[in-house]
Design a protein around this ligand. Structure first.
Ligand code: SF4
Ligand code: F3S
Length: 106
């Protein structure tokens, strides 16, 4: 399965949503997640993310491992998103900033 990781937080570009053939993205206030039971592992979303926040579960670095459980948890809580929208207003400023997990809003 594919996983949305930290650099999506406070950016939320949503380019990923447009290419997903099974519409398995779910939207929170400042982060998106992938439902692990719905993702068909097509890989189409990975190159679309301007923040390079999407990775195959197999390619996660050690510190990114918690995002597997986080995607699974939040995908059950948040509504589905199947159309691209404008990124968050200051997405460019937050793209690449370290330690954004503390800003995650639920
Ligand atoms: Fe959707 Fe494919 Fe990305 Fe999975 S890998 S979230 S199915 S676009
Ligand atoms: Fe997030 Fe990248 Fe999609 S920033 S909303 S995972 S395009």
């Amino acid at each position: 399965t594919y996983v949305v990781t930290e650099n999506c937080i406070r950016c939320k570009y949503t380019d990923c949503v447009d290419v997903c053939p099974v519409d398995c993205f779910y939207e929170g206030p400042n982060f998106l997640v992938i439902h692990p039971d719905e993702c068909i592992d097509c890989g189409l979303c990975e190159p679309e993310c301007p923040a390079e926040a999407i990775l195959s579960e197999d390619d996660l670095r050690d510190e990114q491992q918690p995002y597997v459980a986080l995607n699974a948890e939040l995908a059950e809580l948040w509504p589905n998103i199947n159309e691209r929208k404008a990124p968050l207003a200051d997405a460019e400023e937050w793209n690449g900033v370290a330690d954004k997990l503390k800003y995650l809003e639920r």
